[in-house]
Each structure stands twice: as C-alpha cells, then as structure tokens.
Design a protein around this ligand. Structure first.
Ligand code: BGC
Length: 745
C-alpha cells in the first residue's frame, strides 16, 4: 500500500472502530477471496488449498449444465447454458427434462445465418451483449455459443446456427459476438471445434481434410475468436479428425489451440463428446460435460483420479485444467461482483429487431412489387404455414423460451392495420417428427412422422389458390422449420427441396396471381424451381423475437433491405462441392468423410469450376441503388495496405450497402482460389449521398498456409483487388503488388 494511502486508512481506522475489524479480517482473508489480488494469484492460492478430489470434481459436470464448485472453500458452481440465440430454458438439475419454470423467458435473437447475412459486426457485438446481459440475469457463467462451423454443405442440419461458407465473414461475426458476450461478465464458448460440418453421424464420423483447407477455411473463425475476440471457452466437436475425437484431439487442442494460438481458457467437451480418459487427460480437454449421476463415474472423474494417483498422468495436467476452469469462473464474476444483468428489455428487443431486419436478403424484385404500396393493394392474401409458426423454441440447443415472438402474419397484420384487407390461408403443412423417448445427444432417434393426408394437403392448397385469386397481392410465407431433416440439430436435410409440396403450391399461386411475393423463412439455401414464375423473393432466416415486425418493416418499405447472402445458393444440387465424390465426400464411407474439394468450398468452388449459381455469395438487393467509384489501393508494397472507394446512393431511398473486397492472387506458387473475401464494410446512405469506404488489409489478406513451413506466407507479386456488391458483381478492379515475400502471423 502506498504510504499516503496507508496514512489515510489509519485515519479512517481511528475514526471508525467498526471498520477496524473489517480491515483486519481482510488482511486474514485468503488471497483467492480478495478481489484486489490478481486473478492468476487467486487461482494459485486456491489450487494450494484444494484436495485432489475437489480438483477432479472441477473438471467434469455435476449436473446437466453445471460443473465445478468447491463448497468447503466457498467456490460456487460454474453454470453453463445454451446457446447462440439466447439463454435456453431451464432443465432439471441432472437431466434434459424441462424444469417448467416461469422465470426463464428470454429475448430470442435471430439465428447465426441471419446475423451473418447482416454483414454487420457491430450488430454481432450488440447481439453478444444482449446474450451476456441475459446470462447474468439468469445466473449463467458460460454461454455455449456462438456456433461458427463453416457451411461445407447446405444439407448440414445446423447450417442455420452458423455463419455461412466464408471464413472471413464468419471471423468478423465471431469476434463481434464474443466481445459482446464477454463485455458483460459472461464467458463465450465458441463451438464446435472443429470440422463439425454435418450433423449426420456427427458423433462418430472421422473427417479427413488437407492441412491448407483446415487452416484457410475451417479454422480462421475459431482462431479469430480466440486471438482477437479473447474467447475464454472452446467447445470440442462430436466428430473425429484424423482418427481422433475432437474433444480430445491432440493436434487440434494441444498443438493448434493452446500452443500455436496461446488459448488460455478452457476446452469444454460437447455433451457426451468425451470417449477416453487418457486422451481426455492428456490431449487438451478441460471439462467433460454431458453426463448424469453418479458424476464421478466419467472419463475425467474416478478413472482420471486413479490415474493421477498411480502416476499415469502428471498432477500438472490436473492443475492446468482446474486453472482454466477457474479462469472462466473468475472472468464471469463467479467469485463475486457480478452484475445483475437484465432480461427482456425494450433495448434487447430492439437489437433483435435490427438484426432480423438487416439480415433479410432481397433476392429478386423484378417488377418493383416491393416495397408493398398499401395505397395500391387493398386486399392481401398471406399464405403459408411459416407465417404462423414460432421458431424460437428451435430444437435442442439453439432454442429459447421467448417471452415474445412476433410471427410473420402478426407482423404483417399490425403493420397493415386498416390499410388493406388481409386474409390468411395455410396452404400447406410441414410434416411433424416426434422423437424417441430416450434422447441420445450424440445421435438422433426419430420414431414417427405425421403429415397431412394427400386429400387434406390438396384442400389446403386449393383454398390458398382461391384466396390468391381473390386478392390484389399474395405474400407466400414458406420455407423450412426446425423439424427433423430440416434446419435441425442432429440430422441433415436430405435434399434442397422445400418440404410439404411447397414448390407445387408456389407455382400454382403464381398462375393464380402474378403479384406474388415469396418469403422464405429458413436457415439454409433451398432450391427454387418456381423462381422464373415469381417477381419478388426474400430470404428471411429465423428472426427471433421480432421476426414478424422486422419482416413487415422490410416488406412495406420502412426499412430498405441490406442483407447479403452468407453462402452460395446453387442452381442444382449436383453443383455442390461437397457432393462430388458420392458417399466418400458426404456423408462418409466406412466412417470417414473426405473433404476432397479442399479449399474449394462455396464460391471458391463455383468460381473455380465456372459454374453459375442461382444466387452468388454476397448477393442481396436493395430498394435503392448504389454506384461505386474512385478505387484506390494505398500501400508501400507491404501487406499493410488500404482499399478505398466511394459509394453513392444513386436511388431514391435511404439504404445501406455492403461493400465487399476480394483479393485475387495473379501468380502463385501454389493452387489458390480465384478470389477470396478479405474485407467488407457496411454503410448507410441517404439518397444522393456519397461516402468514402476504407477497408484495411494485412498479411493474412494475401497469405496462404504453407504446410511444409507450418506457417502463413504472403508471396511477393501482383494481386487483383476486386470491390463488389457480391462475389459475382465486381464493380471496381485495381491491383496491388507485394514487393517481398513474408511469413505472416
Ligand atoms: C450441442 C451443443 C450444445 C450441447 C448442450 C450438444 O448436443 O452440439 O452445441 O451446446 O449439446 O446442449
């Protein structure tokens, strides 16, 4: 204590005898309880005081979402919870049974694909903060999200939960989200590390992918989450990589995550993703989750303790795991001083609505049908089951119990008010799958599917066509659901088609009324055989609490759409890169899936093969138009360059544009994609307004991963700099020359 402070404290003591005892006590207080002591020292102190049993109890679950805790020392439990779209409903302490409480209603945030489609990292930050604040209010230390696996195939049931096909876009979303969560005394657990790119056989499948694709496509978002975002938790994936389960994969966890990236937080297993004590002990897992009582009878419980006693594992591995878990507890205010947080506030709903609105992608608007002019259309038929469904409950880990969810129909009704006559017809009904009684978290058991009979389906469709004929305007609201074999955890889709004969219905509606707007609520691309017959199509994802109001704000022109696709929509499933090699490349043969397409995922493939997509990566229309000009690439020949250009709103409405910067290596000593996204910016512009956009580049923007050096190399030479409104709509082209080859961090 500095002497002046000491003198001051002494004076206070003389004046306040009561305070004397407090200060004396605080001198006796163990260091681990003293907030003035640096966290690592507090952990050192705790480690010295804990018994072997207490330490081992810190590295596995003690409830469905609970871990740790040392009651003797007053160290509380560590509470985890799903997930990426909000704080999940309470379960019973030690099972998946729902607790049936009334204090666990929360704000539902839009899904990952919607956030990614906003191309707005500030919104990712805001989203993370909402989740962090609600996690504080719900007493959760660690939030199990965001999910950031790359979309290798659109069939992956969890595509909706992630950030699309591009590592740079996914990285920016991850960093924003993680920073937001962690700004609110909550730990973000980025998942699923790594290569959990399909749900089919997720618990067993072994992934074989070459080193460059691993580093350049599948890991960057995790790397950014750790290095830039500072994520304090990483969840291991269910699948295997190069023959070893990801939750205790020596190369991924010890070598890459902890050694190379310097990760200081904890590796948490996916629920039920741990398979071996020795590997879990030695290969980087810090917390085994997904087990039920007796909790000690798990890989990191009794067998681990016995191994430690026998000297099979050094005590240092246990101390390291405990330290990492304690870091999460301290960082989340678990040892005192945690903010009370807040839930279900107007501000949270506002963030949810902004993301939902900014994530909406306008795919087609040929006859200017949108925005809907309510002075022209006096009768509107809203058709489709998705208009009345609520999606926030999700399935499994991405669902929340939303205290409010505005359906599409409700959003439209309240926006239209008395301005037009709205009638609703269901049109079709999604099949409903029911789960087997026993829920196996690493696999899936579906037992039953119920669907309407063909006669009922026809009647639904006929009624909808009639409504379409009678109305001035038709808004069809269809898509997918979180049902099995749709946008669902644990299963993959079986094809790209819309379920429940929606394609046929859309075609009939288009014949009945040419003024047809198709709104797709889904989390992944679908095929659109009816596209030519319709004049307006919108992709809206699952938009959370304010989905319906956000949709209405875009449909009726209060907000101009500004979302862009975070993934390629193929014309034909046969064009998909992951599906070129039969079972070998998806879903796997003899237990192994080979990523033979390597680096060529998403638009990288479509560019390389010169295949025209249905809608390219980065595509999205607005109600206004933008012109691009004055491209400058500033730099002195090093990788620290800046791409500058000017964007003008050349249309008649306010709007926001996402400006995408792609780098195109002109010559390279290795095979490289024709171009790759390396920067973007989103700007708001009033009609006629021009703004300068500046996008920084760095070594990684030019680099590839060189496996023989196990490092990143930016080669000297010329690079094309392409600035565009989508990956297939390049508006400005320039170039840049790196004068020297360098290895890059
Ligand atoms: C999912 C994780 C989730 C965990 C806990 C797993 O099945 O893959 O994303 O966090 O369950 O619910």
């Amino acid at each position: 204590m500095p002497s002046s402070l000491f003198r001051c404290a002494a004076r206070v003591l003389l004046l306040l005898p009561g305070a004397f005892a407090t200060i004396l006590f605080s001198q006796d207080k163990p260091a681990y309880l003293d907030p003035a002591v640096p966290v690592e020292k507090r952990i050192d102190d705790l480690l010295l005081r804990m018994t072997l049993e207490e330490k081992v109890a810190m590295v596995h679950a003690s409830g469905e979402f609970r871990a740790g805790g040392v009651p003797r020392l007053g160290v509380p439990y560590l509470w985890t919870d799903d997930g990426p779209q909000g704080v999940r409903e309470e379960t019973a302490l030690d099972s998946w049974d729902l607790a049936g409480r009334t204090d666990d209603y929360v704000t539902a945030l839009p899904v990952g694909m919607c956030l990614a489609a906003s191309w707005n990292p500030d919104l990712a930050l805001a989203c993370g903060k909402v989740i962090g604040e609600e996690a504080c209010a719900r007493g959760k230390n660690v939030m199990l999200g965001p999910g950031l696996n790359i979309m290798r195939t659109p069939l992956c049931g969890r595509t909706y939960d992630y950030y699309g096909e591009d590592p740079w876009l996914a990285s920016r979303m991850t960093v924003g989200y993680v920073k937001g969560v962690q700004a609110e005394q909550t730990v973000a657990c980025i998942k699923h590390f790594a290569l959990n790119n399909q749900e089919k056989n997720r618990g067993t499948v072994n992934v074989e992918v070459d080193e460059r694709a691993l580093r350049e496509i599948y890991l960057p978002a995790f790397e950014a989450g750790v290095k830039e975002g500072g994520a304090l938790a990483v969840m291991g994936a269910y699948n295997k990589f190069r023959g070893q389960h990801c939750c205790h994969n020596e190369y991924l966890l010890n070598e890459i995550l902890k050694k190379e990236w310097g990760f200081q937080g904890a590796v948490i297993s996916d629920w039920g993703g741990t398979h071996d004590t020795r590997e879990a002990a030695l290969y980087g897992l810090d917390l085994q989750m997904g087990l039920h009582a007796p909790h000690d009878e798990c890989f990191l419980g009794r067998p681990f303790r016995e191994g430690l006693i026998k000297g099979e594992f050094p005590m240092s591995v246990l101390d390291d795991k405990v330290r990492r878990n304690l870091r999460m507890l301290f960082a989340s205010g678990g040892m005192g001083g945690r903010s009370p947080g807040s839930m279900n506030t107007a501000a949270h709903l506002d963030v949810s609505r902004q993301i939902a609105a900014e994530g909406i992608v306008l795919l087609k608007n040929t006859s200017g049908l949108l925005p809907v002019d309510l002075t022209k259309f006096k009768s509107i038929a809203v058709i489709g089951e998705n208009a009345v469904l609520k999606f926030a409950p999700g399935h499994n880990s991405a669902g929340v119990k939303a205290f409010r969810e505005v359906t599409a129909l409700d959003g439209i009704l309240s926006r239209v008010g008395g301005a037009a006559n709205v009638q609703y017809a269901q049109g079709f009904q999604h099949p409903v799958y029911t789960w087997g009684k026993k829920r196996d978290h690493a696999g899936v058991r579906t037992t039953d599917v119920s669907a309407v009979s063909p006669e009922e389906a026809n009647a639904l469709a006929d009624r909808a066509v009639r409504a379409a004929r009678e109305s001035d305007l038709v808004i069809f609201i269809g898509g997918l659901t979180h049902q099995t074999f749709a946008d669902d955890e644990g299963t993959d889709r079986r094809d790209l088609a819309l379920p429940a004969n929606q394609d046929n219905l859309i075609a009939r509606l288009a014949e009945a009324n040419p003024r047809l707007v198709v709104v797709l609520i889904s989390g992944s691309p679908v095929s659109m055989p009816w596209l030519e017959k319709t004049s307006a199509v919108m992709q809206t994802w699952y938009g959370g609490s304010e989905a319906g109001s956000a949709l209405a704000s875009v449909l009726f022109g209060d907000v101009s759409p500004s979302g862009k696709l975070p993934c390629t929509y193929p014309k034909s499933f046969a064009d998909e890169p992951a599906h070129q090699g039969g079972a070998r490349t998806y879903p796997g043969e003899n237990g192994t899936v080979h990523y033979d397409e390597g680096l060529f995922v998403g638009y990288r493939w479509f560019d390389a093969k010169n295949v025209e997509p249905l809608f390219p990566f980065g595509f999205g229309l607005s109600y206004t138009t933008f012109t691009y000009g004055n491209l400058k690439v500033n730099g002195d020949g090093t990788a620290a360059a800046t791409v500058e250009c000017e964007i003008t709103n050349s249309g008649g409405r306010e709007g926001a544009e996402v400006v995408e910067v792609y780098i195109q290596p002109k010559h390279s000593s290795v095979l490289r994609p024709a171009k790759e996204l390396k920067g973007f910016a989103k700007i708001d512009l009033r009609p006629g307004e021009t703004k300068k956009v500046s996008v920084p580049l760095n070594g990684r923007s030019f680099a590839f991963f060189a496996p023989e050096k196990m490092g990143w190399v930016a080669e000297a030479g010329d690079y094309g700099i392409q600035v565009g409104a989508s990956s297939r709509d390049i508006r400005l082209e320039g170039s840049y020359t790196l004068v020297r080859s360098t290895t890059v961090e």
